[in-house]
Design a protein around this ligand. Structure first.
Ligand code: SAM
Length: 219
């Protein structure tokens, strides 16, 4: 697959769209402007790659809307070398944005087929090589904790306490919480071992977080 002037032009327009919706972090906008999102799509769907919308990636899952990726990433306030845990690898697009911004990324995917596909595809096609894991990310990834940031890319019924435990002091958790249709974006900051600050943002619509601290069965 190539990344030619036509794709670059569409990408520039996408960045303008996201900027117009309120994303201000230049590093987030630069990362989205750099990553060839059409590489994540089958050839026949390439024209969908630079529209600001989610798109099916198989297994009943989606690549998140670019604005949503930008919004969650901005909330994470990443610094180079930040240690970030992503729950819900999916296509690997969000992980690519985090890698492009210089973070050390641990990413976990519940679905075995997507895990296998993305862990091959991402280093080969884009040269990004986060640490890939397969399993129930609703419990986090305690072996590598603590993290500077945790981003959940599926809708949770509530905030899993396991995830808060795995944050560093000063660390940020970004998670959509709500029902199966609609979730409120929540940012939690761990001020101390006993103190957490919480901010709520707009509503989004994610596929459900599965697993022990998510929706236990497929919904
Ligand atoms: N970040 C992804 C991307 O950039 O393409 C978007 C992923 S999609 C909106 C949500 C993903 O979360 C799906 O791939 C789904 O299989 C995964 N997921 C759901 N529950 C999970 C869990 N408990 N642990 C890990 N992954 C989970």
């Amino acid at each position: 697959m190539t990344d030619d002037y036509k794709h670059k032009g569409m990408r520039k327009k996408l960045v303008q769209v996201i900027k117009g919706k309120g994303i201000v972090d230049i590093r987030v906008l630069d990362a989205i402007g750099k990553i060839p999102r059409h590489f994540f799509f089958d050839n026949i769907f390439v024209e969908h790659a630079y529209q600001d919308k989610a798109f099916p990636i198989g297994e009943g899952q989606t690549i998140s809307q670019p604005y949503t990726v930008a919004f969650q990433t901005e909330l994470l306030a990443i610094k180079p070398k930040s240690k970030i845990l992503e729950i819900g690898t999916g296509s690997g697009y969000q992980a690519s944005v985090l890698k492009e911004m210089g973070a050390e990324v641990f990413t976990i995917e519940y679905n075995k087929i997507l895990y296998q596909k993305t862990r091959r595809f991402l280093p080969q096609m884009l040269g990004y090589n986060p640490h890939f894991f397969q399993g129930d990310g609703s419990k986090g990834l305690p072996e590598f904790a603590p993290y500077d940031g945790i981003i959940v890319t599926a809708g949770a019924p509530s905030v899993p306490t396991d995830l808060i435990k795995q944050l560093k002091i000063g660390g940020i958790l970004v998670i959509p919480v709500g029902n199966n249709q609609k979730q409120k974006m929540i940012k939690l900051k761990k001020i101390s071992d006993t103190q957490i600050s919480k901010k709520e943002y707009d509503h989004f619509s994610f596929v459900p977080l599965l697993g022990e601290n998510g929706w236990a069965t497929k919904v």
